[in-house]
Design a protein around this ligand. Sequence first.
Ligand code: NAD
Length: 302
Amino acid sequence: MAKDEKIGFIGIGNMGWPMASNVLKGGFEVNVFDANTALTQKFAQEVGGRACPNLADLGERSDMVVTMLPTGPIVTNVMLEMEDGGLRRHLKEGTIVVDMSSSEPVGTQKLAAELAKAGVTLIDAPVSGGTPGAKAGTLTLMIGGEDDDAIAKITPLLETMGKNLFRTGPVGSGHAVKSLNNYCAAASYAAVAESLIIGKKFGVDPKTVLDIINVSTGRSLTSEHAFPGQVLPRKFAAGFSLALLTKDVEISGGLADACGIDAPVNAAVRKLFHESNDDQPGADFTAALQTWEKKNGVALND
Ligand code: NAD
């Protein structure tokens, strides 16, 4: 059924493309914008909606705006600075902006305060579930914001993309929880990688170690999907970059520091992921262990 609200969707990369596709399927009018203009035109041709040539065009046509961009500073740049004053200049009072990127929570609170001066409400609603969840419209959403009316208005939009919708508290709290979730995923990846490397050095086939973990107490989503699907076959193409996961772990560590919490496991995971990200610029997150294999003189596929 066609919906009344017009949606502006900014950032149609690995996640944004399938998410914007589901918003269109849900009956909303969709205006897309991406720094990669070829991508916006491809989207309009292959999926539908309007390819906006600039932020002004998108802003003037949209009642609600979704951002699905790499980092919080980029979201802030798009909102307040890009194209000589940012998208904010082109938004009607009462517009709701939903930042679904995995941004940094304190920056989100500052951006919300800036947008409020123009009568624009910012809600954070980062997602979990990866590209498969984005395609299926089954993402988990963490919704930060205390404006119940605004959240009620965006719920039909969010339901086109997500299945499990959680309210986490004030603006920025969705982004805080998202970073903590991804820190847990990164810690699990690092522990499984370390276990396979230790096992290999001791003489046990990595597949045997993984098969046992996956029917035992050590299993996790990472051990069940990323390792058998991407790591052992050396595909390294899950569609989520090592740079973005490292950013998420860094956000969670910053949060621990800001809260004065002693988090030694977080500190170790942060160090490991920075080390891999520096060593393998542009890699998929599933390739992180290649750095640790090299460092230890062990190759799982030998
Ligand atoms: P991506 O790099 O594939 O896509 C980002 C898009 O933003 C690109 O198309 C890029 O051209 C565009 N972009 C960058 N700067 C821009 C600007 N200034 N103006 C307009 N467009 C701009 O990233 P992704 O994997 O889709 O991730 C997006 C966000 O979602 C990140 O915050 C990431 O941490 C988070 N996330 C990713 C996954 C995943 O599995 N990929 C899962 C959950 C959350």
